[in-house]
Design a protein around this ligand. Structure first.
Ligand SMILES: [Zn+2]
Length: 142
């Protein structure tokens, strides 16, 4: 059972999607907020789609470019699901989020993010795990 939550009342319903627990109920057909922890692939696909279609957004959480939306989504996924996110990013491959053109209001700039060689970020933890095991072994040998 997934118990991912975000902020104070946004939490995973357990079916791969988030809902606002402040409301009395939710529509099981509402799939607007994929959970980054247990539905990471859909979460990242949605983040990519948003980042590739909206060059700039201004809201209560601040100003965002499409590129920031994509990279922010990658960050959230990495934190929520560090074991699977690098593999999912490799499969998703390339993201082309957009940002506003600095001078031409009618144009935007397409950025290029290649995730095909995304590394597993847990390798350091694994190294430390091995290090700790060696320390334990070492102390037993004394
Ligand atoms: Zn979840």
């Amino acid at each position: 059972m997934c118990n991912y939550w975000h902020g104070s009342t946004i939490e995973c319903r357990g079916d791969g999607y988030m809902w606002d627990a402040d409301y009395d109920g939710y529509d099981p057909e509402d799939h607007s907020m994929p959970c980054p922890a247990c539905n990471t692939r859909q979460y990242l696909l949605d983040a990519r789609e948003t980042g590739e279609s909206i060059s700039y957004s201004s809201g209560w959480s601040g100003d965002w470019t499409g590129e920031m939306m994509w990279l922010g989504g990658v960050n959230v996924a990495m934190r929520a699901n560090p074991l699977d996110t690098p593999r999912i990013l490799r499969q998703i491959g390339i993201a082309r989020p957009i940002i506003d053109h600095p001078t031409n209001r009618a144009a935007f700039i397409v950025k290029f993010h290649d995730h095909r060689n995304e590394r597993r970020l847990v390798s350091r933890n694994q190294r430390e795990g091995r290090y700790l095991k060696r320390m334990e072994k070492g102390s037993r040998d004394e």
